[in-house]
Design a protein around this ligand. Structure first.
Ligand code: ATP
Length: 323
């Protein structure tokens, strides 16, 4: 293996830079040339790229976002688009591609590899943790800590004013962020798409809490919650609890930014090394992940076709402690 490509695609996540750095430095260690493509698959189609050496990735391990930038590229969804991308990879003499991104990015990578016989390796980078085959995705831990920090601040004002806060967090169709952060901030209710909750249950819990002396409450709502968003939930609750001082906070894109946590930097570094080693071993169409503390691989096909399950035990724990 003499030359590989690397790109970041889909939604950005803190720790993507650490993964790029790890891929580049592992290649340098093994005498492999690396080309970094800008703005995901768009950069491959446009041949917007440059050679990355060890120094090109200096001072980025601590930075959020991605130095290669990310994009959503409609053209890559077409066979013609992927043909252009493949032609550019071939022209540069690239023998394998590392794709850092989410399941959409892996679907594109898988198609490219199947159609044109170029090896691809996936590294899961998304704050949502919604990828099958890995216990953690890069960016999840940082996003959790950002949410916990933000909600702690809201709690200060919630307790001072006896308020009920509905706080909406990211996660797409998954409730990983809401469930884990919800436990960490001591939320009264955690509403996630994996669990069907009725409004009645939420209201009963809030009432019981007040009867038991609770003066303020935090309800964490995952953006994919099927009952509705935080604003809707707050409006519906107000109809049943008119004397409650209810506020809504949607945390939004702040959850995607910030310096990656130690856990995300270490994870990204481990997966970057693993991805290059997979290419060197002649493997393709696998995603590198981490399971029970060890680096593992899973077929890209499984990573994109299966859904990771929410930890029911965590739901149970949240229930026990949110009296
Ligand atoms: P995140 O979960 O953080 O949003 P993602 O990788 O799932 O990340 P997407 O926007 O779904 O984000 O995908 C990123 C890019 O991957 C798309 O813009 C497109 O270029 C490519 N892609 C996604 N789905 C496909 C597909 N079905 N076929 C080919 N390419 C695809």
């Amino acid at each position: 293996l003499k030359h590989i490509g690397v790109l970041t695609s889909g939604g950005d996540a803190p720790g993507m830079n650490a993964a790029i750095r790890s891929v580049v430095r592992t290649c340098t260690h093994h005498g492999i040339e690396v080309t970094g493509f800008y703005e995901g698959y768009q950069g491959v189609i446009d041949d917007n790229a440059e050679t990355l050496d060890a120094r090109a990735v200096a001072h980025i391990i601590n930075r959020g976002g991605t130095m290669l930038r990310s994009a959503r590229c409609a053209e890559f969804r077409t066979r013609e688009g992927r043909q252009k991308a493949y032609d550019n990879l071939k022209k540069r003499g690239i023998e394998g591609l590392v794709v850092i991104g989410g399941d959409g990015s892996f679907t594109g990578a898988s198609l490219l590899s199947d159609e044109f016989d170029i090896p691809v390796i996936g590294i899961p980078g998304t704050i949502d943790n919604d990828i099958y085959g890995t216990d953690f995705t890069i960016g999840f831990d940082t996003a959790l800590n950002t949410v916990v920090d933000a909600v702690d601040r809201i709690r200060d004002t919630a307790t001072s004013h006896n308020r009920l806060f509905f706080i909406e967090v990211m996660g797409r169709d998954s409730g990983f962020i809401a469930l884990n952060a919800g436990i960490a901030v001591g939320a009264t209710n955690i509403l996630i798409p994996e669990e069907s909750t009725e409004l009645d249950e939420v209201i009963t819990k809030l009432k019981t809490g007040r009867e038991n002396g609770k003066t303020s409450s935090i309800v964490l709502v995952a953006e994919g919650e099927k009952m509705g968003d935080a604003l809707f939930m707050a409006e519906e609750t107000k109809k049943h609890l008119p004397d409650y001082d209810i506020r809504v906070s949607v945390l939004g894109h702040m959850q995607r930014g910030g310096n990656p946590t130690c856990a995300d930097r270490v994870l990204a570094t481990r997966l970057g090394v693993a991805a290059v080693e997979q290419l060197m071993a002649g493997h393709s169409s696998v995603m590198c992940g981490v399971r029970n503390g060890s680096v593992c691989t899973v077929s890209i096909h499984d990573a994109i076709s299966r859904k990771p399950g929410i930890d029911r035990n965590l739901m149970h724990i949240a229930e026990i402690v949110s009296l």
